[in-house]
Design a protein around this ligand. Structure first.
Ligand SMILES: [Zn+2]
Length: 84
């Protein structure tokens, strides 16, 4: 998966977690908490699994979530995708 795509998926999951969190507070049903935890788990898996440098493969952490980041802080290679 491309870094740009992974970033969008993580942002969407993050929004989903917040949304489900609000729903859970309003409806007070265990299922909404379970769905929120599942969305959070998916977000963390995507974040740690796919927010990586395509060159050295190191996890980019929160810096990798910033679309403005141009170079990997570990290997210095460009993170801009060629077909963008
Ligand atoms: Zn790198």
């Amino acid at each position: 998966m491309k870094l740009g795509t992974a970033r969008i998926v993580v942002w969407c999951l993050m929004a989903l977690v917040v949304f489900l969190g609000i729903i859970a507070l309003v409806v007070q049903k265990p299922i909404t908490y379970i769905l929120m935890i599942l969305a959070l788990a998916a977000e963390l898996i995507m974040f740690f699994g796919f927010i990586r440098c395509p060159h050295c493969g190191r996890h980019l952490d929160r810096a990798g979530m910033n679309a403005e980041i141009e170079f990997c802080p570990f290997c210095g290679e460009s993170l801009k995708e060629e077909n963008e």
